[in-house]
Design a protein around this ligand. Structure first.
Ligand SMILES: [Zn+2]
Length: 168
């Protein structure tokens, strides 16, 4: 069955831990949309680290993934909001393959950035079927991520080191 083997192939190339491919279809003749479902019914509250299964609501996102041959690949995935059992506060689940407010997977961004560094913007764009504008967005958002991570780094430093840094 040809459609069955294509399904197996898609499942193999997607391979995100805890996610199952539930469906796929071609949006255009070279754009493939793959629907994923989270197999995990629990999430851990980032505040109190307690596990909850109360889903508050769910948002569906379309994110770009690494292309396959001459096909653009898009993923259709839900990011759920859970309600903490302890505080009753709502939080958004962390997914291991795409960051919040991003329209592409982490692995696509990693691949593009690596290839921009190894070759150039034009080549990296062609290989990954992304436009120069999309690469610019990826680079800009990577910079934002790094800036956001800096305060966390500071928190990890001891108070002595911070005092020392402030003296300079
Ligand atoms: Zn909590």
């Amino acid at each position: 069955m040809p459609s069955n083997s294509l399904f197996h192939f898609i499942t193999k190339i997607i391979n995100f831990e805890g996610f199952k491919v539930t469906n796929y279809h071609f949006i255009t003749e070279n754009e493939l949309l793959i629907q994923l479902e989270n197999q995990e019914s629990l999430s851990t509250c980032p505040q109190c680290h307690k596990v909850t299964d109360k889903v508050h609501q769910s948002h569906r996102y379309r994110v770009r993934d690494i292309p396959v041959s001459s096909f653009d690949v898009f993923l259709l995935v839900n990011r759920r909001q859970f309600r903490c059992n302890k505080s009753d506060k709502v939080f958004s689940e962390e997914l291991n393959f795409f960051k919040k407010r991003r329209t592409y997977t982490i692995r696509l961004a990693d691949k593009v950035v690596k290839e921009v560094l190894e070759t150039d913007l034009v080549n990296a764009g062609k290989r990954n079927r992304v436009s120069p504008a999309e690469i610019e967005t990826i680079l800009k958002e990577l910079e934002l991520d790094l800036l956001e991570e800096k305060p966390k780094e500071l928190k990890r430093l001891g108070i002595d080191e911070i005092t020392h840094l402030c003296m300079w």
